[in-house]
Ligand binder design. Sequence first.
Ligand code: GUN
Length: 286
Amino acid sequence: MTHIIDGKAIARQLREEIAKETAQLVAKGVTPGLAVVIVGEDPASHVYVKSKATQTVEVGMASFKHVLDEGTSQADLLALIARLNADPVVDGILVQLPLPRQIDAETVLHAILPAKDVDGFHPVNVGQVATGSGGIAPCTPFGAMKLIKSVRSDLAGLHAVVVGRSNIVGKPMVQLLLDEHCTVTVVHSRTQDVAALVRAADIVVAAVGRPEMIRGDWIKPGAIVIDVGINRVITEDGKSRLVGDVAYEEAAKVAAAITPVPGGVGPMTIASLLANTLQAAKARLG
Ligand code: GUN
């Protein structure tokens, strides 16, 4: 029987653990605080930010939401980040992406104090994660790794194939898998014979944003399949449906364990953000 990895349940369990540790910090007089900054009206971003705030409060942390106008200048956003960097009740800062055109995302992300960069996007954190010397890992790969480890705790020597090389998912995923002593292959849009490489994988992490690109007959029997993709497609009967980067029905017949979409990696990302905020608050305590 294929094991369907229940991201919702694992995320809930992670939040429960975070809530317990948060209560211990609060008892010591430190309430972990997460500031989320959103610029503009993007409806999907507002939905994410609302969930983040709700879950932050649910685990006992303080949530600070900063909603800025679509027309906000880069200088004004940088001034807010400077204030949040200096604010002792703020342990984590997340600037929701995408940002409006007049703002350079890289400049903004690099302005966040690395110790408060709970997205793990600052080059200091990227470097620390890459060298295995601590740092804050980006939420999606962090959550994906928790899901892999829910299936199997010892990954040493397994061949992991990461499909996609984005800075947010693919590249940091490689680092986390290397830390677990996997042999790692990264495939991307210029790779020759992606299918043959995926067929050699004990662990597949798909993060390309191409609906159902990875077919069932690419999956090695017994593999662990983690699908990071969330793609909205229109079905033949005109309905809208979310699918991953993996052809789920086909792959589930072959894999030992697989994440569904939705309900796999998705629910883990906010829980991972809270884990990063807790880590930052613990670091503040020393
Ligand atoms: N928008 C979509 N995903 C993310 C994310 O992981 N971090 C931030 N800051 N914005 C996002």
